[in-house]
Ligand binder design. Structure first.
Ligand code: PBG
Length: 324
């Protein structure tokens, strides 16, 4: 059957009918809101390349977390910017570290909000790499124990979920074993399983002061043209105990999200990263696109590709737009 019996436009005639046949729904339940905790007091500093995103000292961070919970956002993802960085990234696994302090404060104030912590060394190391160095190279196996110590320390502070983003081989298994050995059986692992080395993390690195001081991250993060390799990474992380797997970035990797969704049964997350957010904000500021609509279209496209969860800096705006 074809035209004139078939007229696809019939089901697009008005918003009510479009609403009835809509195939994909974005819900506030899908959103994870990233927050940057910075050491110090009274700090609420906007990140220049990310309008609406702030470095927040703990008391301001708690306010922001409360606001997110009030809007119905179920989870925050915490990053830490420590007072001091050193070659071994010690603040990352100190019980008095910035993230640990932030987790305790949020869990105290908003106990039902799920707190996910980013587990990586790059925000804490003086050289900005995601692991410890041996010469000019990142030493995979020496990094594992520091990542495990970070995860355990986050769990002790009250984190519900730990999210390793370093891309060292074997880290999910080592973290799972360390958590279990320390009574953290109930703490979930959201692994950044397929995390690509690319140009979309620039604004984040400005926010976290975590740009590598030499070289780049291509010896540990994935090569953008590869997708079979992503499937392998995901399979490995699941076999090591990942509860949720993430693809990052989202927008340029929707094919990866789709393939991962089809091939695996664990929940899939996608990270709409800082560069994606900044592009929309910048074009919107120039009056070149309708930023609010573009953002919602991007978020629903990530859902349509198959992501269950979306990490997005626009979570509060999206929650407001979704709340009727
Ligand atoms: C830490 C980490 C990064 C991001 C999340 N975790 C930065 C990086 O890999 O350089 C990027 C998030 C974003 O760009 O929004 N390794």
């Amino acid at each position: 059957m074809g035209f004139p019996e078939c007229r696809p436009r019939r089901l697009r005639r008005n918003e009510t009918i479009r609403r009835m046949v809509r195939e994909t729904r974005l819900s506030v339940d899908d959103l994870v809101y990233p927050l940057f905790a910075i050491a110090g007091k009274g700090i609420r500093r906007e990140v220049p390349s990310m309008p609406g995103v702030f470095n927040l000292s703990v008391e301001n961070l708690v306010k922001e977390a409360r606001e997110a919970a009030r809007l119905g956002i179920p989870a925050v993802l915490l990053f830490g910017i420590p007072a001091r960085k050193d070659p071994l990234g010690k603040d990352a696994y100190s019980d008095r570290g910035i993230v640990q302090t932030a987790v305790r404060a949020i869990k105290d104030a908003v106990p039902d909000l799920i707190v996910i912590t980013d587990v990586c060394l790059c925000e804490y190391t003086s050289h900005g790499h995601c692991g410890v160095l041996k010469g000019r190279e990142v030493d995979n196996d020496a990094t594992l124990e520091l990542l495990a110590a970070s995860a355990v320390s986050h769990a002790r502070a009250g984190a519900d979920v730990v999210a390793p983003s370093d891309m060292m081989d074997g880290r999910v298994g080592v973290i799972r074993m360390a958590l279990d050995a320390e009574g953290g059986q109930g703490v979930s692992i959201l692994s950044y399983a397929a995390k690509y080395a690319g140009a979309f993390y620039g604004p984040f690195r400005e926010a976290a002061g975590s740009a590598p001081s030499f070289g780049d991250r291509r010896s540990y993060q994935m090569d953008p043209p590869n997708v079979r390799e992503a499937m392998r990474e995901v399979a490995l992380d699941i076999s090591e105990g990942a509860d949720i797997v993430m693809v990052k970035p989202a927008l340029s990797y929707l094919d990866v999200v789709c393939r991962v969704r089809d091939a695996f049964d664990v929940p899939v997350a996608a990270y709409s990263v800082s560069g994606e957010y900044a592009m929309v904000k910048a074009a919107s500021k120039l009056g070149w696109i309708d930023g609010d609509r573009a953002m919602m279209e991007i978020l629903v496209s990530i859902r349509r590709a198959g992501a269950d969860l979306i990490v997005t800096y626009a979570a509060k705006d999206a929650a407001r737009a979704l709340g009727r």
